[in-house]
Design a binder for this molecule. Sequence first.
Ligand code: PEP
Ligand code: MG
Length: 577
Amino acid sequence: MSIYINGIGVSKGITTGFAYVITREQIDVTQQTLRESQLKNEIRRFTKALAKAGEQLHNIKKNISKNTPKDIVVFIDTHLLMLEDPAFNEGTIANIKQYSCNAEWALHLQSERLVQVFDEMEDPYLRTRKDDVLHVVNRIQKCLAKKEQKNNHAKLNGRIIIADDLTPADTIMLQHQKIAGFITEFGGPLSHTAIIARNLGIPAIVGLHHAKQLIHSDDMLILDGTQGTVINTPDALSLKHYNRLRLNQLTKRRLLNKLSGKPATTQDKVAITLHCNIDRPEDIKTIKKYDDTGVGLYRTEILYIELNQWPDENTHFKTYRRAISALKGKPLTIRTMDLGADKEIQDIAKQGPMAHNPAMGLRAIRRCLKQPEKFLPQLLAILRVSALGPVRLMIPMLTNVEEVHQLLSLIDEAKKILKNRKVAFDTRLPVGAMIEVPAAALAVDAFAEQLDFLSIGTNDLIQYTLALDRIDEEVNYLYNPLNPAVLKLIYMVIEAGNRANIPVSMCGEMASDTQYTRLLLGMGLKYFSVQANTLLEIKHIIINSNVQKLKKKARLILAMHENSEIEAFTKQLNLNH
Ligand code: PEP
Ligand code: MG
Protein backbone atom coordinates (compact mmCIF):
# COMPACT_ATOMS: atom_id res chain seq x y z
CA MET A 1 0.00 0.00 0.00
CA SER A 2 1.33 3.46 -0.87
CA ILE A 3 1.84 5.86 2.07
CA TYR A 4 1.98 9.63 1.54
CA ILE A 5 4.05 11.56 4.10
CA ASN A 6 4.66 15.31 4.26
CA GLY A 7 7.61 17.34 5.54
CA ILE A 8 9.20 20.66 4.54
CA GLY A 9 10.46 20.66 0.96
CA VAL A 10 13.74 22.61 1.06
CA SER A 11 15.34 21.71 -2.25
CA LYS A 12 13.26 21.44 -5.41
CA GLY A 13 13.07 18.43 -7.71
CA ILE A 14 11.44 15.02 -8.04
CA THR A 15 13.44 11.84 -7.64
CA THR A 16 12.71 8.14 -7.19
CA GLY A 17 14.90 5.51 -5.54
CA PHE A 18 15.29 2.94 -2.78
CA ALA A 19 15.56 4.18 0.79
CA TYR A 20 18.72 3.86 2.87
CA VAL A 21 18.11 4.55 6.56
CA ILE A 22 21.13 5.81 8.46
CA THR A 23 20.97 4.79 12.11
CA ARG A 24 23.21 6.52 14.56
CA GLU A 25 24.76 4.93 17.59
CA GLN A 26 23.43 6.62 20.70
CA ILE A 27 26.15 7.81 23.01
CA ASP A 28 25.29 7.47 26.66
CA VAL A 29 26.53 10.41 28.64
CA THR A 30 26.39 9.88 32.40
CA GLN A 31 27.94 11.86 35.23
CA GLN A 32 30.86 10.33 37.07
CA THR A 33 32.53 11.95 40.05
CA LEU A 34 36.33 11.79 39.93
CA ARG A 35 39.01 12.12 42.59
CA GLU A 36 41.19 15.24 42.57
CA SER A 37 44.14 13.11 41.46
CA GLN A 38 42.23 11.87 38.38
CA LEU A 39 41.33 15.31 36.98
CA LYS A 40 44.63 15.95 35.21
CA ASN A 41 44.31 12.72 33.31
CA GLU A 42 40.67 13.47 32.44
CA ILE A 43 41.65 16.84 30.96
CA ARG A 44 44.34 15.07 28.89
CA ARG A 45 41.72 12.57 27.67
CA PHE A 46 39.46 15.46 26.60
CA THR A 47 42.22 17.35 24.73
CA LYS A 48 43.16 14.12 22.92
CA ALA A 49 39.54 13.66 21.82
CA LEU A 50 39.50 17.28 20.58
CA ALA A 51 42.65 16.64 18.54
CA LYS A 52 41.15 13.44 17.10
CA ALA A 53 37.94 15.24 16.11
CA GLY A 54 40.06 17.92 14.40
CA GLU A 55 42.05 15.26 12.56
CA GLN A 56 38.82 13.65 11.27
CA LEU A 57 37.51 16.98 9.97
CA HIS A 58 40.84 17.79 8.28
CA ASN A 59 40.70 14.40 6.56
CA ILE A 60 37.19 15.06 5.27
CA LYS A 61 38.31 18.46 4.00
CA LYS A 62 41.31 16.92 2.24
CA ASN A 63 39.07 14.43 0.43
CA ILE A 64 36.49 16.94 -0.76
CA SER A 65 36.26 16.90 -4.54
CA LYS A 66 37.47 20.03 -6.37
CA ASN A 67 34.04 20.97 -7.69
CA THR A 68 32.36 21.02 -4.27
CA PRO A 69 30.83 24.50 -3.77
CA LYS A 70 32.93 26.79 -1.56
CA ASP A 71 30.03 27.40 0.83
CA ILE A 72 30.12 23.76 1.83
CA VAL A 73 33.83 23.74 2.59
CA VAL A 74 33.10 26.76 4.82
CA PHE A 75 30.84 24.57 6.99
CA ILE A 76 33.73 22.20 7.73
CA ASP A 77 35.93 25.20 8.55
CA THR A 78 33.24 26.45 10.94
CA HIS A 79 33.37 23.14 12.81
CA LEU A 80 37.16 23.26 12.91
CA LEU A 81 37.00 26.79 14.35
CA MET A 82 34.52 25.65 16.99
CA LEU A 83 36.97 23.02 18.16
CA GLU A 84 39.47 25.82 18.81
CA ASP A 85 36.93 28.11 20.47
CA PRO A 86 37.57 28.67 24.22
CA ALA A 87 33.80 28.44 24.80
CA PHE A 88 34.18 24.81 23.77
CA ASN A 89 37.54 23.65 25.08
CA GLU A 90 38.33 25.95 28.02
CA GLY A 91 34.69 25.90 29.12
CA THR A 92 34.66 22.09 29.22
CA ILE A 93 38.00 21.92 31.05
CA ALA A 94 36.69 24.42 33.61
CA ASN A 95 33.64 22.16 34.13
CA ILE A 96 35.87 19.11 34.70
CA LYS A 97 37.70 21.04 37.43
CA GLN A 98 34.65 22.73 38.97
CA TYR A 99 32.42 19.64 39.14
CA SER A 100 35.23 17.02 39.46
CA CYS A 101 33.44 15.13 36.71
CA ASN A 102 34.24 13.07 33.63
CA ALA A 103 34.97 14.80 30.29
CA GLU A 104 31.75 13.51 28.70
CA TRP A 105 29.59 15.11 31.39
CA ALA A 106 31.63 18.34 31.37
CA LEU A 107 31.19 18.61 27.58
CA HIS A 108 27.48 17.85 27.89
CA LEU A 109 27.05 20.70 30.41
CA GLN A 110 28.98 23.06 28.18
CA SER A 111 26.95 22.15 25.08
CA GLU A 112 23.69 22.78 26.97
CA ARG A 113 24.94 26.26 27.86
CA LEU A 114 25.96 27.04 24.28
CA VAL A 115 22.72 25.70 22.82
CA GLN A 116 20.76 27.94 25.21
CA VAL A 117 22.68 31.00 23.95
CA PHE A 118 21.71 30.14 20.35
CA ASP A 119 18.11 29.35 21.33
CA GLU A 120 17.73 32.84 22.77
CA MET A 121 18.91 34.56 19.58
CA GLU A 122 16.23 36.51 17.75
CA ASP A 123 17.62 35.97 14.29
CA PRO A 124 16.11 32.68 12.98
CA TYR A 125 19.23 32.01 10.90
CA LEU A 126 21.55 32.32 13.92
CA ARG A 127 19.17 30.17 15.98
CA THR A 128 19.73 27.29 13.57
CA ARG A 129 23.50 27.52 14.21
CA LYS A 130 22.96 25.49 17.37
CA ASP A 131 22.89 22.49 15.01
CA ASP A 132 26.61 23.07 14.43
CA VAL A 133 27.27 23.02 18.18
CA LEU A 134 25.43 19.70 18.49
CA HIS A 135 27.25 18.18 15.50
CA VAL A 136 30.66 19.13 16.91
CA VAL A 137 29.77 17.93 20.42
CA ASN A 138 28.60 14.61 18.98
CA ARG A 139 31.88 14.17 17.11
CA ILE A 140 33.94 14.82 20.27
CA GLN A 141 31.73 12.51 22.36
CA LYS A 142 32.35 9.74 19.82
CA CYS A 143 36.07 10.36 20.03
CA LEU A 144 35.87 10.19 23.83
CA ALA A 145 34.01 6.88 23.50
CA LYS A 146 36.65 5.87 20.93
CA LYS A 147 33.88 5.16 18.42
CA GLU A 148 35.27 5.41 14.89
CA GLN A 149 33.24 7.34 12.35
CA LYS A 150 32.85 4.45 9.98
CA ASN A 151 32.01 5.11 6.39
CA ASN A 152 29.60 2.23 6.04
CA HIS A 153 27.54 3.86 3.33
CA ALA A 154 28.99 1.51 0.77
CA LYS A 155 26.46 1.45 -2.04
CA LEU A 156 24.48 4.63 -1.87
CA ASN A 157 24.51 5.50 -5.53
CA GLY A 158 20.95 6.46 -6.51
CA ARG A 159 19.58 5.92 -2.97
CA ILE A 160 17.35 8.27 -0.98
CA ILE A 161 18.91 8.78 2.45
CA ILE A 162 16.73 8.85 5.57
CA ALA A 163 18.39 10.25 8.69
CA ASP A 164 17.45 12.02 11.88
CA ASP A 165 19.78 14.85 10.89
CA LEU A 166 22.82 15.22 8.65
CA THR A 167 25.96 17.13 9.49
CA PRO A 168 27.70 19.16 6.78
CA ALA A 169 30.48 16.57 6.80
CA ASP A 170 27.94 13.72 6.34
CA THR A 171 26.36 15.57 3.46
CA ILE A 172 29.67 16.02 1.69
CA MET A 173 30.48 12.32 2.07
CA LEU A 174 27.02 11.45 0.73
CA GLN A 175 27.47 13.76 -2.23
CA HIS A 176 30.49 11.68 -3.27
CA GLN A 177 28.26 8.61 -3.28
CA LYS A 178 25.88 10.28 -5.76
CA ILE A 179 22.76 9.94 -3.64
CA ALA A 180 19.40 10.72 -5.31
CA GLY A 181 18.00 12.79 -2.44
CA PHE A 182 17.57 12.88 1.31
CA ILE A 183 14.95 13.17 4.03
CA THR A 184 15.68 14.20 7.60
CA GLU A 185 13.50 14.09 10.70
CA PHE A 186 14.77 17.41 12.00
CA GLY A 187 15.83 20.77 10.61
CA GLY A 188 14.12 23.67 8.87
CA PRO A 189 14.55 25.62 5.64
CA LEU A 190 17.38 27.73 7.16
CA SER A 191 19.42 24.78 8.45
CA HIS A 192 22.83 24.06 6.98
CA THR A 193 21.53 20.78 5.63
CA ALA A 194 18.87 22.62 3.63
CA ILE A 195 21.38 25.20 2.36
CA ILE A 196 23.75 22.47 1.23
CA ALA A 197 20.98 20.54 -0.54
CA ARG A 198 19.99 23.64 -2.49
CA ASN A 199 23.62 24.40 -3.36
CA LEU A 200 24.18 20.86 -4.61
CA GLY A 201 20.81 20.64 -6.36
CA ILE A 202 19.84 17.49 -4.39
CA PRO A 203 16.05 17.15 -3.88
CA ALA A 204 15.48 17.18 -0.13
CA ILE A 205 12.85 17.23 2.59
CA VAL A 206 13.51 18.13 6.23
CA GLY A 207 11.39 18.16 9.38
CA LEU A 208 9.67 14.91 8.41
CA HIS A 209 9.00 13.64 11.93
CA HIS A 210 9.07 9.88 12.51
CA ALA A 211 10.56 9.33 9.04
CA LYS A 212 12.66 6.50 10.43
CA GLN A 213 9.56 4.72 11.76
CA LEU A 214 7.60 5.15 8.57
CA ILE A 215 10.36 4.33 6.08
CA HIS A 216 12.69 1.32 6.09
CA SER A 217 15.82 0.58 4.09
CA ASP A 218 15.01 -0.72 0.59
CA ASP A 219 11.50 0.76 0.56
CA MET A 220 10.81 2.23 -2.86
CA LEU A 221 10.25 5.99 -2.58
CA ILE A 222 9.21 8.98 -4.63
CA LEU A 223 10.57 12.23 -3.18
CA ASP A 224 9.03 15.51 -4.31
CA GLY A 225 11.30 18.24 -2.89
CA THR A 226 9.10 21.00 -4.32
CA GLN A 227 5.94 19.92 -2.47
CA GLY A 228 7.72 18.30 0.51
CA THR A 229 5.95 14.98 -0.18
CA VAL A 230 7.28 11.41 0.04
CA ILE A 231 5.37 8.41 -1.30
CA ASN A 232 6.46 5.15 0.26
CA THR A 233 5.94 2.08 -1.94
CA PRO A 234 4.14 3.94 -4.73
CA ASP A 235 1.67 2.06 -6.90
CA ALA A 236 2.14 1.88 -10.67
CA LEU A 237 -0.15 4.86 -11.25
CA SER A 238 1.78 7.16 -8.88
CA LEU A 239 5.08 6.04 -10.37
CA LYS A 240 3.84 6.84 -13.84
CA HIS A 241 2.50 10.23 -12.74
CA TYR A 242 5.73 11.28 -10.97
CA ASN A 243 7.95 9.97 -13.74
CA ARG A 244 6.02 12.15 -16.14
CA LEU A 245 6.40 15.15 -13.80
CA ARG A 246 10.14 14.47 -13.51
CA LEU A 247 10.59 14.25 -17.25
CA ASN A 248 8.58 17.45 -17.66
CA GLN A 249 10.89 19.18 -15.20
CA LEU A 250 14.00 18.00 -17.02
CA THR A 251 12.60 19.07 -20.37
CA LYS A 252 11.58 22.42 -18.90
CA ARG A 253 15.10 22.99 -17.49
CA ARG A 254 16.66 22.05 -20.84
CA LEU A 255 14.33 24.41 -22.70
CA LEU A 256 14.98 27.19 -20.19
CA ASN A 257 18.74 26.76 -20.62
CA LYS A 258 18.27 27.62 -24.28
CA LEU A 259 17.10 31.10 -23.24
CA SER A 260 20.52 31.88 -21.81
CA GLY A 261 22.05 34.74 -23.77
CA LYS A 262 18.73 35.63 -25.46
CA PRO A 263 17.26 39.11 -24.94
CA ALA A 264 14.32 39.41 -22.52
CA THR A 265 11.96 41.04 -25.02
CA THR A 266 8.18 40.70 -24.88
CA GLN A 267 6.03 39.66 -27.84
CA ASP A 268 5.16 43.31 -28.49
CA LYS A 269 8.88 44.19 -28.54
CA VAL A 270 9.26 45.78 -25.10
CA ALA A 271 12.86 45.25 -23.91
CA ILE A 272 13.04 44.19 -20.27
CA THR A 273 16.23 44.37 -18.18
CA LEU A 274 16.82 41.22 -16.17
CA HIS A 275 19.59 41.44 -13.57
CA CYS A 276 20.42 39.43 -10.42
CA ASN A 277 20.84 40.08 -6.70
CA ILE A 278 24.11 39.19 -4.97
CA ASP A 279 25.56 39.23 -1.45
CA ARG A 280 29.23 38.70 -2.38
CA PRO A 281 31.40 39.03 -5.52
CA GLU A 282 31.65 35.18 -5.59
CA ASP A 283 27.90 34.99 -6.32
CA ILE A 284 28.59 36.32 -9.82
CA LYS A 285 29.90 32.85 -10.77
CA THR A 286 26.43 31.45 -10.06
CA ILE A 287 24.79 34.15 -12.19
CA LYS A 288 27.07 33.27 -15.11
CA LYS A 289 25.87 29.64 -14.93
CA TYR A 290 22.43 30.88 -15.96
CA ASP A 291 23.07 33.96 -18.08
CA ASP A 292 25.60 36.63 -18.89
CA THR A 293 23.93 39.51 -17.10
CA GLY A 294 24.50 42.29 -14.57
CA VAL A 295 23.73 42.90 -10.90
CA GLY A 296 20.71 45.00 -9.89
CA LEU A 297 21.33 44.70 -6.14
CA TYR A 298 24.61 44.03 -4.36
CA ARG A 299 23.87 43.87 -0.61
CA THR A 300 27.19 45.18 0.73
CA GLU A 301 26.34 44.81 4.43
CA ILE A 302 27.36 41.15 4.21
CA LEU A 303 30.98 42.41 4.03
CA TYR A 304 30.46 44.28 7.33
CA ILE A 305 28.92 41.18 8.89
CA GLU A 306 31.81 38.96 7.77
CA LEU A 307 34.39 41.40 9.16
CA ASN A 308 32.20 42.25 12.15
CA GLN A 309 33.16 45.93 11.76
CA TRP A 310 32.97 48.86 9.35
CA PRO A 311 35.43 47.98 6.55
CA ASP A 312 38.12 50.52 5.60
CA GLU A 313 38.18 52.16 2.17
CA ASN A 314 40.65 49.72 0.65
CA THR A 315 38.77 46.64 1.85
CA HIS A 316 35.61 48.08 0.27
CA PHE A 317 37.48 48.92 -2.92
CA LYS A 318 39.19 45.53 -3.32
CA THR A 319 35.90 43.68 -2.73
CA TYR A 320 33.92 45.77 -5.24
CA ARG A 321 36.78 45.55 -7.76
CA ARG A 322 36.45 41.74 -7.66
CA ALA A 323 32.74 42.13 -8.46
CA ILE A 324 33.18 44.54 -11.37
CA SER A 325 35.97 42.49 -12.93
CA ALA A 326 33.91 39.25 -12.64
CA LEU A 327 31.04 41.00 -14.42
CA LYS A 328 33.21 41.72 -17.49
CA GLY A 329 31.48 44.93 -18.58
CA LYS A 330 27.97 44.13 -17.28
CA PRO A 331 26.45 46.69 -14.87
CA LEU A 332 26.89 46.55 -11.11
CA THR A 333 24.45 48.30 -8.75
CA ILE A 334 26.14 48.64 -5.37
CA ARG A 335 23.79 49.27 -2.47
CA THR A 336 25.37 51.11 0.45
CA MET A 337 25.25 49.23 3.73
CA ASP A 338 21.88 48.28 5.16
CA LEU A 339 22.75 47.25 8.70
CA GLY A 340 20.22 47.35 11.49
CA ALA A 341 16.99 45.42 12.12
CA ASP A 342 17.81 41.74 11.57
CA LYS A 343 21.36 42.41 10.27
CA GLU A 344 23.72 43.63 12.96
CA ILE A 345 27.42 43.65 13.82
CA GLN A 346 29.04 43.75 17.25
CA ASP A 347 30.80 47.06 16.62
CA ILE A 348 27.44 48.76 16.17
CA ALA A 349 25.45 46.75 18.68
CA LYS A 350 27.80 47.58 21.54
CA GLN A 351 27.37 51.32 21.00
CA GLY A 352 24.17 51.37 22.97
CA PRO A 353 21.05 49.52 24.00
CA MET A 354 19.15 47.76 21.24
CA ALA A 355 16.22 49.80 19.89
CA HIS A 356 12.77 48.63 20.97
CA ASN A 357 11.83 48.06 17.38
CA PRO A 358 15.04 47.80 15.37
CA ALA A 359 13.23 47.49 12.02
CA MET A 360 12.02 51.06 12.60
CA GLY A 361 15.25 52.19 14.21
CA LEU A 362 18.66 53.47 13.18
CA ARG A 363 18.95 51.35 10.08
CA ALA A 364 20.79 51.67 6.73
CA ILE A 365 21.15 55.26 5.44
CA ARG A 366 19.89 56.66 8.77
CA ARG A 367 22.92 55.17 10.48
CA CYS A 368 25.30 56.27 7.70
CA LEU A 369 24.11 59.88 7.82
CA LYS A 370 24.50 59.91 11.59
CA GLN A 371 28.14 58.84 11.29
CA PRO A 372 29.25 60.34 7.96
CA GLU A 373 32.95 59.85 8.78
CA LYS A 374 32.31 56.10 8.90
CA PHE A 375 30.16 56.16 5.74
CA LEU A 376 32.66 58.14 3.65
CA PRO A 377 35.10 55.21 3.05
CA GLN A 378 32.31 53.22 1.36
CA LEU A 379 31.34 56.17 -0.86
CA LEU A 380 35.00 56.75 -1.79
CA ALA A 381 35.46 53.08 -2.68
CA ILE A 382 32.28 52.94 -4.81
CA LEU A 383 33.41 56.07 -6.67
CA ARG A 384 36.87 54.59 -7.25
CA VAL A 385 35.47 51.34 -8.59
CA SER A 386 33.17 53.31 -10.93
CA ALA A 387 36.32 54.09 -12.99
CA LEU A 388 36.62 50.37 -13.77
CA GLY A 389 33.19 49.60 -15.25
CA PRO A 390 29.48 50.49 -15.30
CA VAL A 391 28.66 51.05 -11.62
CA ARG A 392 25.53 52.54 -10.02
CA LEU A 393 25.23 53.63 -6.41
CA MET A 394 21.99 52.78 -4.60
CA ILE A 395 20.77 53.99 -1.19
CA PRO A 396 18.50 51.89 1.05
CA MET A 397 15.76 53.04 3.43
CA LEU A 398 15.42 56.68 2.40
CA THR A 399 12.45 58.32 4.12
CA ASN A 400 12.54 61.97 3.05
CA VAL A 401 14.19 64.26 0.52
CA GLU A 402 16.30 65.98 3.18
CA GLU A 403 18.21 62.72 3.48
CA VAL A 404 18.77 62.83 -0.29
CA HIS A 405 20.21 66.36 -0.01
CA GLN A 406 22.57 65.28 2.77
CA LEU A 407 23.58 62.24 0.79
CA LEU A 408 24.29 64.17 -2.40
CA SER A 409 26.47 66.65 -0.55
CA LEU A 410 28.42 63.76 1.02
CA ILE A 411 28.95 62.29 -2.45
CA ASP A 412 30.21 65.72 -3.63
CA GLU A 413 32.61 65.77 -0.70
CA ALA A 414 33.89 62.29 -1.62
CA LYS A 415 34.38 63.42 -5.24
CA LYS A 416 36.43 66.43 -4.06
CA ILE A 417 38.64 64.18 -1.94
CA LEU A 418 39.32 61.91 -4.92
CA LYS A 419 40.01 64.87 -7.22
CA ASN A 420 42.57 66.16 -4.71
CA ARG A 421 44.11 62.71 -4.58
CA LYS A 422 44.07 62.63 -8.41
CA VAL A 423 42.20 59.32 -8.35
CA ALA A 424 39.92 58.46 -11.29
CA PHE A 425 36.15 57.97 -10.91
CA ASP A 426 33.00 58.25 -13.04
CA THR A 427 32.00 61.89 -12.61
CA ARG A 428 28.46 60.99 -13.70
CA LEU A 429 28.08 57.97 -11.42
CA PRO A 430 24.31 57.28 -11.36
CA VAL A 431 22.85 57.61 -7.85
CA GLY A 432 19.50 56.00 -7.05
CA ALA A 433 17.12 55.35 -4.17
CA MET A 434 15.54 52.18 -2.96
CA ILE A 435 11.89 52.90 -2.43
CA GLU A 436 10.99 50.71 0.51
CA VAL A 437 9.48 53.09 3.06
CA PRO A 438 5.84 54.01 2.31
CA ALA A 439 6.62 57.73 2.92
CA ALA A 440 9.17 57.63 0.10
CA ALA A 441 6.69 55.86 -2.19
CA LEU A 442 4.01 58.45 -1.48
CA ALA A 443 6.42 61.33 -2.13
CA VAL A 444 8.26 59.54 -4.90
CA ASP A 445 8.16 62.41 -7.45
CA ALA A 446 10.45 64.44 -5.22
CA PHE A 447 12.96 61.56 -5.11
CA ALA A 448 12.69 61.04 -8.88
CA GLU A 449 13.53 64.72 -9.45
CA GLN A 450 16.78 64.49 -7.50
CA LEU A 451 18.05 61.07 -8.50
CA ASP A 452 19.05 59.00 -11.53
CA PHE A 453 17.05 55.82 -10.85
CA LEU A 454 14.68 54.15 -8.40
CA SER A 455 14.48 50.55 -7.20
CA ILE A 456 11.47 49.10 -5.38
CA GLY A 457 12.44 47.07 -2.30
CA THR A 458 9.24 45.09 -1.85
CA ASN A 459 10.52 43.08 1.12
CA ASP A 460 10.56 46.19 3.26
CA LEU A 461 7.87 48.15 1.44
CA ILE A 462 5.43 45.34 2.27
CA GLN A 463 6.51 45.07 5.92
CA TYR A 464 6.25 48.81 6.52
CA THR A 465 3.01 49.29 4.57
CA LEU A 466 1.26 46.42 6.30
CA ALA A 467 2.86 47.13 9.71
CA LEU A 468 4.28 43.66 10.22
CA ASP A 469 7.76 42.46 11.02
CA ARG A 470 9.01 40.43 8.07
CA ILE A 471 10.80 37.90 10.30
CA ASP A 472 7.98 37.48 12.83
CA GLU A 473 6.33 34.11 12.10
CA GLU A 474 3.20 35.12 14.04
CA VAL A 475 2.22 37.82 11.55
CA ASN A 476 3.61 36.22 8.41
CA TYR A 477 0.09 35.40 7.26
CA LEU A 478 -0.45 39.12 6.58
CA TYR A 479 2.61 39.36 4.31
CA ASN A 480 1.02 39.70 0.90
CA PRO A 481 2.58 41.37 -2.16
CA LEU A 482 -0.89 41.48 -3.71
CA ASN A 483 -2.39 43.60 -0.94
CA PRO A 484 -4.16 46.46 -2.81
CA ALA A 485 -2.26 49.12 -0.82
CA VAL A 486 1.09 47.55 -1.75
CA LEU A 487 0.14 47.34 -5.44
CA LYS A 488 -0.93 51.00 -5.45
CA LEU A 489 2.42 52.09 -3.97
CA ILE A 490 4.37 50.00 -6.49
CA TYR A 491 2.35 51.50 -9.33
CA MET A 492 2.95 55.04 -8.03
CA VAL A 493 6.72 54.45 -8.10
CA ILE A 494 6.69 53.01 -11.64
CA GLU A 495 4.57 55.93 -12.88
CA ALA A 496 6.83 58.51 -11.18
CA GLY A 497 9.84 56.97 -12.93
CA ASN A 498 8.03 57.28 -16.28
CA ARG A 499 7.17 60.93 -15.63
CA ALA A 500 10.76 61.77 -14.69
CA ASN A 501 12.12 59.55 -17.47
CA ILE A 502 14.38 57.57 -15.15
CA PRO A 503 14.62 53.76 -14.84
CA VAL A 504 12.66 51.96 -12.13
CA SER A 505 13.65 48.46 -11.11
CA MET A 506 12.31 46.01 -8.54
CA CYS A 507 14.86 44.09 -6.46
CA GLY A 508 12.71 42.68 -3.64
CA GLU A 509 11.66 39.00 -3.62
CA MET A 510 8.42 39.84 -5.42
CA ALA A 511 10.47 40.34 -8.61
CA SER A 512 11.80 36.75 -8.32
CA ASP A 513 8.37 35.17 -7.90
CA THR A 514 6.98 33.95 -11.21
CA GLN A 515 3.36 34.31 -10.10
CA TYR A 516 3.74 38.13 -10.15
CA THR A 517 5.82 38.61 -13.33
CA ARG A 518 2.89 39.26 -15.68
CA LEU A 519 1.11 41.58 -13.27
CA LEU A 520 4.32 43.61 -12.86
CA LEU A 521 4.81 43.76 -16.62
CA GLY A 522 1.22 45.01 -16.94
CA MET A 523 1.95 47.66 -14.30
CA GLY A 524 4.77 48.91 -16.52
CA LEU A 525 7.83 47.46 -14.76
CA LYS A 526 10.71 47.11 -17.20
CA TYR A 527 13.60 46.15 -14.94
CA PHE A 528 13.65 43.09 -12.67
CA SER A 529 16.54 42.16 -10.36
CA VAL A 530 16.05 38.54 -9.29
CA GLN A 531 17.63 35.48 -7.67
CA ALA A 532 19.92 33.80 -10.21
CA ASN A 533 18.07 30.45 -10.13
CA THR A 534 14.75 32.04 -11.15
CA LEU A 535 16.18 34.23 -13.92
CA LEU A 536 15.49 31.94 -16.87
CA GLU A 537 11.97 31.08 -15.72
CA ILE A 538 11.18 34.79 -15.49
CA LYS A 539 12.77 35.40 -18.89
CA HIS A 540 10.54 32.67 -20.33
CA ILE A 541 7.41 34.41 -19.01
CA ILE A 542 8.60 37.78 -20.32
CA ILE A 543 9.25 36.40 -23.81
CA ASN A 544 5.76 34.91 -23.83
CA SER A 545 3.95 38.05 -22.68
CA ASN A 546 2.36 41.00 -24.40
CA VAL A 547 2.68 44.16 -22.33
CA GLN A 548 -0.09 46.07 -24.11
CA LYS A 549 -2.60 43.30 -23.38
CA LEU A 550 -1.36 42.95 -19.80
CA LYS A 551 -1.69 46.68 -19.16
CA LYS A 552 -5.48 46.57 -19.60
CA LYS A 553 -5.80 43.65 -17.20
CA ALA A 554 -3.42 45.18 -14.64
CA ARG A 555 -5.53 48.34 -14.62
CA LEU A 556 -8.57 46.24 -13.65
CA ILE A 557 -6.60 44.55 -10.87
CA LEU A 558 -5.37 47.89 -9.53
CA ALA A 559 -8.99 49.02 -9.12
CA MET A 560 -9.86 45.99 -6.94
CA HIS A 561 -10.13 46.14 -3.14
CA GLU A 562 -10.29 42.52 -1.99
CA ASN A 563 -7.12 40.43 -1.62
CA SER A 564 -8.97 37.31 -2.78
CA GLU A 565 -10.27 38.96 -5.95
CA ILE A 566 -6.81 40.31 -6.79
CA GLU A 567 -5.26 36.87 -6.21
CA ALA A 568 -7.82 35.16 -8.47
CA PHE A 569 -7.34 37.67 -11.31
CA THR A 570 -3.53 37.51 -11.02
CA LYS A 571 -3.74 33.72 -11.36
CA GLN A 572 -5.91 34.15 -14.44
CA LEU A 573 -3.30 36.44 -15.94
CA ASN A 574 -0.82 33.59 -15.81
CA LEU A 575 -3.22 31.05 -17.30
CA ASN A 576 -4.96 32.91 -20.11
CA HIS A 577 -2.64 35.20 -21.84
C1 PEP B 1 13.90 44.87 -0.01
O1 PEP B 1 13.62 45.39 1.06
O2 PEP B 1 13.05 44.50 -0.84
C2 PEP B 1 15.31 44.62 -0.36
C3 PEP B 1 15.66 44.17 -1.55
O3 PEP B 1 16.24 44.85 0.59
P1 PEP B 1 16.57 43.85 1.81
O4 PEP B 1 15.81 42.58 1.58
O5 PEP B 1 18.03 43.68 1.79
O6 PEP B 1 16.07 44.63 2.97
MG1 MG C 1 15.14 46.42 2.15
